[in-house]
Design a protein around this ligand. Sequence first.
Ligand code: ADP
Ligand code: SF4
Length: 693
Amino acid sequence: MRDPRYDILFTPLKIGPVIAKNRFFQVPHCNGMGHAMPLAHAAMREVKAEGGWAVVSTEECEIHPSGDLTPYVEARLWDDRDIPALALMCDKVHAHGALAALELSHNGPTASNLYSREVLLAPSHQPSKYGYPSQARAMTRHDIREYRRWHREAAIRGQRAGMDIIYVYAAHDLSLAMHFLQRRRNQRSDEYGGSLENRVRLLREVLEDTKDAVGDRCAVALRFATEELLGPGGVELAEAKDIVAMLAELPDLWDVNLAAWYNDSVPSRFAAEGAQEPFIDFVKKTTSKPVVGVGRFTSPDTMVAQLKRGVLDMIGAARPSIADPFLPRKIEEGRIDDIRECIGCNICVSGDMTISPIRCTQNPSMGEEWRKGWHPERIAPKRSASRVLVVGGGPAGLEAARALGQRGHEVSLAEARRELGGRVTREARMPGLAEWARVRDWRMGQLDKLSNVAIYRDSPMNAQDVLDFGAEHVVLATGCHWRRDGYGRSNGAAIDGFADNPRVFTPDDLMDDRLPEGRVVVFDDDGFYYASVAAELLRQHGCDVTYVTADDSIAPWSQHTLDYRHIRKRMAELGIEPLVSHNITAFHRSTLQLENVWDHQLRELPCDAVVIVTARLPDDALYQDLLLREAEWADAGVRSVHCIGDAEAPGLIAHAVYAGHRYARELEEPASGEVAFKRHFHTEEAGDLLRER
Ligand code: ADP
Ligand code: SF4
């Protein structure tokens, strides 16, 4: 069973009045479901508890209408009517012997109040954080007393809901307790501003209030940012050390990390496992209380080292628990190879950012636990003895084959290339994306264990091959390729001079090691990661790189995955010139013609080659051929043909994995009706919110 090396991860730990059964702590994380979808939220947290996490936390929880986060959907405890939704989570978490934790927060100037229409509150007068055309007003002493009362009452409501750990939140630049610490947000001249002691006063008071209110039965945790990387206007490490020393024994647990969120959940492209250690390793030397920290930990050896070297007492995880809710159980059961490691792509973060239920590239069941009844480890057995042919071994094909194999089907996977993994194998060779290969590696590891799945490499399939194969079900996951003509969001037709131009390159060329030389323009019409990765690769290759986009910002969608700032910084460091609000109108010889999208002024740029990241086209020729030959299917014994993933409509790797998983789940299952998932319905009675429909 368990490797004795990992025993230390399974020793219980006392946290104030409660005991964690092991050292795995699912720290708070947003999920886009929150108070609006309490059944879905509770089911997602339950799966974590079932997977062995000793502590399962909520996301941040609004304590009052003046800290309303609309349109973002987080937890909410404004009054007693919010208790049942969180009680639901507590019951589900407790059913598996885990502790439930609640992260209370009043976001002050980082709230929106778009729903409540209250005036924003802050230590001092200041603009709201997110660019809303409004300001937050300075809190009076009366406001401070009220805030303390709201926090105290929310803590009591949390305890009534069944929470075992109540957080005081002073992290991510997202809560008043932190805002009072920050010089740039706190210019008060009373006893709550100025000296460090004064700026810490409110945090100390809220910790004391919370302990006083619920500390007999609940542990009180402090989530604290030790560094904002903003210089003296923000919390800096030196000052953070003083703050930890001042409050050392007050909380029952320290949960420490970097602020803001983009410095905490850094994409794998920009930070490795355990990257926060230099910023948090002092905490355990300063307090006798347990310390939890994060670092996208997926390796049990690294986790053990964190404990043994005295960095942490508990292994905190948000993303690793999303990619594999069963991570602790797998270590406990000696199934290290089965751990589905997070790849650090932050598609999970994009759920919160786009106000939609959480998704995960590696774990297609994330967010689907309640609404589709998908479990990350279990799947219904096959309905019949049908054989299935999967064509294409990218993320969609690999996941379809794996999940079909898990259901017990006899599966054949045919892949044209020698290598498996499709786009993830190819993209993982690009700068910073190496960890994305985990999407392939985990699936390959699982497929190795399935004797009912046969894999054929170097096996390009045509329609006749498929019809001759003798499978009842055929699923085509044949991927896509990048367009070469310039068509995309900014250009509704081919760009003048692109046709048959050997100086025009696509990301496929770069992934096939065909790189341009000299002065290169990377044209980003996609808005996510490809163009900046291509620019980085070409810079490493020695090209002079200009990054052109018709958008007003580079890579706007990367804001949703917290990549944006890191991309900007990396581009600046590498000397990649950004040129926004310009479209390409023509490319002849060594001259690229650009047009300003606002004033339509034309300009010319000397340029040896263009890499265009515009749009993709499905590689669905095989599907189309098979559709043309539908009359022959019955004689060939073929009952169904489906096209999934990038071959159906190019998208994210997460979409391809989901498509493969969904295909496997739904094969030969009864159709689910017009809406393929359960929904929450709001009715006149608040309690009805929790009634399953
Ligand atoms: P997705 O993201 O949808 O999984 P990928 O592009 O990553 O798509 O993977 C598609 C895979 O399908 C590639 O590895 C490609 O080599 C393979 N493929 C494409 N056409 C065929 C075919 N006709 N026969 C076998 N394999 C194919
Ligand atoms: Fe990790 Fe990506 Fe899944 Fe988030 S979406 S948990 S970063 S694999």
